[in-house]
Unconditional design. Structure first.
Length: 202
């Protein structure tokens, strides 16, 4: 039997491309001024929690958010590339309207398009699940924090809940906080999804 491990999942702060509804994917887009303020707000919100370690994607929007949270909490920050956002291939940099004009119902359930360089949802979910499980295996019984991306977090939530949470169900705002538990028997429980209390009315 294993040990109960708490995993707190935080989406990165806002970027200019987020505001423009432009698909970022694997592109390394930095935090905007608003995003930096959001990173500070979530860091202050979480600084008293007993985290053992903070992990993040290597992409700067997640890395910078995690760096601030780890500094406030006084714990180590580690990078794991498996936590990066979904690769959207040639669609990266396109706006939502531009994508839907060429690929109607692109985000629709069960819809499949052949887009050069696109990472499938199944591939993303497998990668996200592998990354989080790797973290949990390294820190059993601990309280760990993961800063990643909306698509990646939602794919993981989908994979551990059989679709009850995650992709197609939850919209995760910038620096939203979700929490899950890996139980002693290896099963997962979802405690909360997409909390943004720390942002107030902003």
């Amino acid at each position: 039997m294993g040990e109960k491990t708490i995993v707190t999942l935080v989406r990165h702060g806002e970027t200019v491309w987020n505001r423009e509804l432009r698909l970022q994917g694997s592109q390394d887009i930095p935090l905007s001024e608003v995003g930096l303020a959001q990173a500070e707000a979530v860091a202050v919100h979480l600084r008293e929690e007993p985290f053992h370690v903070v992990y993040s994607s290597h992409l700067s929007r997640a890395h910078k958010t995690a760096e601030r949270v780890a500094e406030a909490a006084g714990v180590e920050h580690r990078v794991l590339e498996g936590l990066m956002e979904r690769s959207y291939g040639e669609l990266e940099g396109w706006t939502r309207d531009e994508i839907l004009a060429k690929y109607p119902d692109f985000w629709g359930p069960g819809k499949k398009y052949s887009v050069p360089g696109l990472e499938s949802f199944e591939e993303l979910a497998a990668r996200a699940s592998k990354a989080v499980h790797e973290i949990v295996e390294q820190h059993p019984g601990r309280n760990v924090l993961v800063v990643s991306h909306g698509g990646t977090i939602n794919a993981f939530l989908h994979s551990i809940s059989g679709g009850e949470y995650g992709a197609g169900v939850n919209k995760l705002g910038n620096t939203s906080v979700s929490r899950v538990v890996r139980n002693e028997d290896g099963s997962w429980s979802v405690l909360e999804v997409g909390r943004v209390d720390h942002l107030g009315d902003a």
